[in-house]
Design a protein around this ligand. Structure first.
Ligand code: ZN
Ligand code: ZN
Length: 367
């Protein structure tokens, strides 16, 4: 979709103008992908600032010889350099184009790379410019939301299959359940899991990011599954917690508390809401129940080309929500040594109610 990527580059050119930059050297591969559609493993991009019609013709993409054919197919609309390493080649290009203040992604460039930049960038003023493309990426366009929708659907279907086929059962190990769930996501169109699948049974469920082990699931366990699918480079993210067999009173109470907090967090997803207020909406529910100390992390995070991206829905988060942001809402309460519950959805902020992308039920499911 060359038009989509062209629109994104135009938005970046305007942002560069606002920041008083003449160009930006983009070295982060996800940012290169966002701006061009290129999916290879080595590339960089130079985007010149400005809204005038000629500005786009000064954009230069660089990759190496392995990606000649792929890049011609994926970005027929851009002028390409074939060189290695790409960033110095593009900086020589910037010098040739008389681009003055050239920003670079200082959050991605190593100290050694920066030395190599200054050697070739005579006449170019290198300016630290972290996070500019990430700022644009916070608000998703329709193509991105469709990819997220497909990723979330693959995860929903995989979980439904797993349960229908008795895959979540006493006697299996955490690792077996994780592998089963991951292979079912592949069956439903995922290129892979969007991060290492978490299956945490019994007391392990009280560890927020437990890695699956050979521990066996037992009747009466809480079992927490946190997983996602990768589709077209976009990551889904969902957590559901189950009870194997009839829930004990404390398990049901814990579940209801987290479900109430999660609903409060979703209800607070409004255009212009402060991200710290969204966190507080859910956290207040947990604190009022005297469990604030056991809610061990932020409420949620942006999700897209990365599994964790801006904005952070956290106490310390800054900024406001905007329509088109894709975020998770995932409160958890963890009783050390006993068990924990987390419930997580991926949603898109909309004018009015947010759009829920992870559609698996949040009722307490007894399997
Ligand atoms: Zn998750
Ligand atoms: Zn998450």
């Amino acid at each position: 979709m060359p038009e989509t990527h062209g629109r994104r580059r135009a938005a970046l050119r305007s942002l560069l103008r606002e920041r008083d930059l003449d160009a930006l050297l983009v070295v982060d591969l996800r940012n290169v992908r966002y701006l061009t559609g290129f999916t290879g493993s080595n590339a960089a991009l130079l985007v010149a600032a400005g809204d005038e019609p000629g500005a786009e013709t000064r954009t230069r993409f660089c990759t190496d010889g392995r990606y000649l054919t792929q890049s011609a197919q994926q970005l027929p609309d851009l002028e390409r350099l074939v060189d290695r390493p790409c960033p110095p080649a593009l900086l020589r290009e910037a010098a040739g184009q008389d681009l003055g203040r050239t920003g670079f992604e200082s959050h991605r460039v190593t100290v050694d790379e920066l030395d190599s930049f200054t050697e070739v960038a005579a006449g170019v003023e290198l300016v630290r410019a972290p996070g500019l493309v990430e700022q644009l990426r916070m608000v998703k366009d329709d193509a991105e939301i469709e990819a997220l929708r497909m990723a979330c659907a693959a995860a929903d279907r995989a979980l439904a299959d797993l349960i229908e086929h008795g895959g979540l059962a006493a006697g299996r190990t955490e690792r077996e359940v994780a592998r089963d769930l991951e292979s079912r996501m592949l069956d439903h169109g995922a290129a892979g899991p969007s991060f290492e699948t978490i299956v945490a049974a019994g007391a392990h469920s009280a560890v927020p990011h437990h890695r699956p082990t050979d521990a066996v699931l037992h009747a009466g366990d809480l079992v927490k599954l946190d997983f996602g699918a990768l589709v077209d480079g976009y990551h889904s993210d969902m957590t559901r917690t189950f009870v194997l067999g009839a829930p004990a009173d404390w398990q049901r109470e814990l579940y209801d508390l987290v479900a109430t907090a999660q609903a409060a967090g979703r209800a607070a997803l409004r255009v212009d809401a402060e991200v710290s207020d969204v966190d507080a909406a859910a956290r207040d529910v947990v604190e009022r129940a005297g469990r604030g100390e056991e809610f061990l992390h932020g409420l949620g995070h942006g999700v897209g080309l990365e599994i964790h991206e801006a904005p952070a829905l956290a106490k310390t988060g800054e900024g406001r929500l905007a329509a088109g942001m894709a975020v998770t809402v995932e409160p958890g309460v963890y009783l050390s040594g006993r068990g924990g519950v987390r419930i997580e959805d991926t949603l898109v902020v909309r004018d009015g109610d947010p759009e829920l992308l992870t559609l698996t039920t949040k009722q307490l499911v007894v399997v």
